[in-house]
Ligand binder design. Structure first.
Ligand code: NAD
Length: 370
C-alpha cells in the first residue's frame, strides 16, 4: 500500500469500528487485486479518543486529517460519554473536523438499489433506479449567522433570533461543486431556496444563475422553492439529478431523500472543502448513521453505508471511478442475491452479520474482477 495519496481512517465508537473493519476488508481487496493507490493510516476520534487522550479530537488526529487527501470516518458517540461537558462530547470531533478542514459542501447521494426498491415507505415504481445527489451548504447560513440568541424583553416575554446570512463567495463555491458534479452525472442542477420570501434566497438564486451563465452554460439549471422541492422529492424524485441548497434546507431535504432509500445503514456521505493549489481538496467521507449503541458489538450493523462511503472517497478524492463503480456494483449484486443485515431484512431473505456482508461484498468483487 504505497503511494503519495494519503487516507486517514477514524473508526470511532459503537458500530464505527465494526463497519470500518468491513471497509478495511474492501481496501485489502483493492490492495491485492487492483493496487489500491493510496496509503492508509488510522487515528483515534470521538469517545475512544477522549478515553485515550482526554479530547475527542486530539491534535495528532487533526494533523493527520489535515495532511491527508481524504478522511474516512466510522461514527462517534454513545451513552458512556453523554454526561461529559458539551465541548468534550464525541460529536464535537465531527464539528471540529468540518471547521478545521473548512468542509463547506455536504454530498448526500440517494441511490435506490433495485433489490431494495420496495423497502421504502414510498411505492417501488416511484423509486426504482433512483440516483440523485443532494448538496447541502455546510458552514454558513442560519446555523452560524449573527445575530443569534434569546433575550428577555421589557415585558418579561422572550425573543429568540437566528439569522440566515450568505455571501457571494459562499454561494458560488457550493454552486461550483454542484455544477462540476452535474457534469459528471446527467448535467442537471436544481438550486433550491425561498427567493419568494427571503432576501438571502433571492441573492442565492441570482448568484447561482450568474455562476452558471459565466462558467457552466452546458449545465441545465432549474430554480425551485424549498417547500415545492420537499413535495417534488416524494412525488417524482426522478426529475432530480443534483440538488444544491442552503444549510437549513439541505438538512431537511437530505433527510427526506434519505427516507427514499429505505435504511440509514445504506447511506454514505461526503463533505468537501475548497480545491487546493494541486487540485485536491480536503474531504471527509462517512456513513450518515451514528454509532448505534443499541446494536454495537452484536455483529448486526449494516456495513454498506461505510463501504459506499469508501466508494465515494475513491471517486471524489482519488479519481478511481472504476473501482468506485465496481464496489457499488458488488453491493447491488449482493443485495440482488438476497443477503440482508437485520436493518434491511424482509421475509424470505437471508439474514447475515456485519462481517458476512463484508465478506460477501469482497467475494462479489472477486467475481466481477475475474
Ligand atoms: P444512530 O444513527 O446511531 O441510530 C439510529 C437507529 O438506526 C438505531 O436503531 C440503530 O441501531 C440504527 N442504525 C444506525 N446505523 C445502522 C447500521 N449501519 N446498521 C443497522 N442499523 C443501524 O442514531 P442515534 O441513535 O440517534 O445516535 C446514537 C449515537 O450516535 C449518539 O451518541 C449520537 O450522538 C451519535 N451520532 C453520531 C453521528 C456521527 O458519528 N456522524 C451521527 C448521528 C448520531
Amino acid at each position: 500500500m504505497t503511494s503519495n495519496r494519503r487516507v486517514v481512517l477514524l473508526a470511532g465508537d459503537g458500530i464505527g469500528p465494526e463497519v470500518a473493519g468491513e471497509a478495511l476488508r474492501v481496501v485489502d481487496w483493492l490492495d491485492r487485486r487492483r493496487s489500491v493507490g493510496f496509503d492508509l493510516s488510522e487515528a483515534q476520534v470521538g469517545g475512544a479518543a477522549y478515553d485515550a487522550t482526554g479530547h475527542p479530537l486530539p491534535d495528532s488526529t487533526l494533523e493527520a486529517a489535515r495532511a491527508a487527501d481524504a478522511v474516512l470516518l466510522g461514527a462517534v458517540g454513545g451513552p458512556r460519554w453523554d454526561s461529559l461537558d458539551f465541548s468534550l462530547r464525541p460529536e464535537r470531533a465531527i464539528l471540529g473536523l468540518r471547521k478545521s478542514l473548512d468542509l463547506f459542501a455536504n454530498l448526500r447521494p440517494a441511490k435506490v438499489f433495485d433489490a431494495l426498491s420496495d423497502a421504502s415507505s414510498l411505492k417501488a415504481d416511484v423509486l426504482r433506479g433512483l440516483d440523485l445527489m443532494i448538496i447541502r451548504e455546510l458552514t454558513g447560513g442560519i446555523y452560524f449567522g449573527e445575530p443569534r440568541g434569546v433575550e428577555t424583553l421589557p415585558d418579561g416575554t422572550r425573543r429568540g433570533v437566528n439569522t440566515e446570512v450568505y455571501t457571494t463567495p459562499e454561494i458560488r463555491r457550493v454552486g461550483a461543486v454542484a455544477f462540476e458534479l452535474a457534469r459528471e452525472r446527467q448535467g442537471k442542477v436544481h438550486s433550491v431556496e425561498k427567493a419568494n420570501v427571503m432576501e438571502s434566497g433571492g441573492l442565492w438564486r441570482e448568484e447561482i444563475q450568474t455562476l452558471r451563465d459565466a462558467d457552466y452554460a452546458d449545465v441545465d439549471l432549474h430554480h425551485m422553492y424549498a417547500d415545492n422541492c420537499a413535495m417534488q422529492l416524494v412525488r417524482d424524485p426522478h426529475q432530480f439529478d443534483v440538488v444544491v441548497t442552503s444549510n437549513l434546507f439541505g438538512d431537511l431535504l437530505s433527510d427526506i431523500s434519505a427516507q427514499l432509500t429505505g435504511s440509514l445503514g445504506m447511506l454514505p456521505s461526503a463533505s468537501l472543502g475548497a480545491p487546493g493549489p494541486g487540485g485536491t481538496r480536503a474531504a471527509l467521507y462517512e456513513p450518515v448513521h451514528g454509532s448505534a449503541p443499541d446494536i454495537a458489538g452484536e455483529g448486526k450493523a449494516n456495513p454498506i453505508a461505510m463501504v459506499l462511503s469508501l466508494a465515494m472517497l475513491l471517486r471524489h478524492s482519488l479519481d478511481q471511478d472504476e473501482d468506485a463503480e465496481l464496489i457499488e456494483q458488488a453491493v447491488g449484486n449482493v443485495l440482488d442475491r438476497g443477503l440482508r443485515t437485520a436493518d434491511i431484512l424482509q421475509p424470505g431473505f437471508t439474514a447475515v452479520s456485519t462481517e458476512d456482508m463484508g465478506r460477501a461484498i469482497c467475494a462479489e468483487l472477486d467475481r466481477l474482477a475475474a
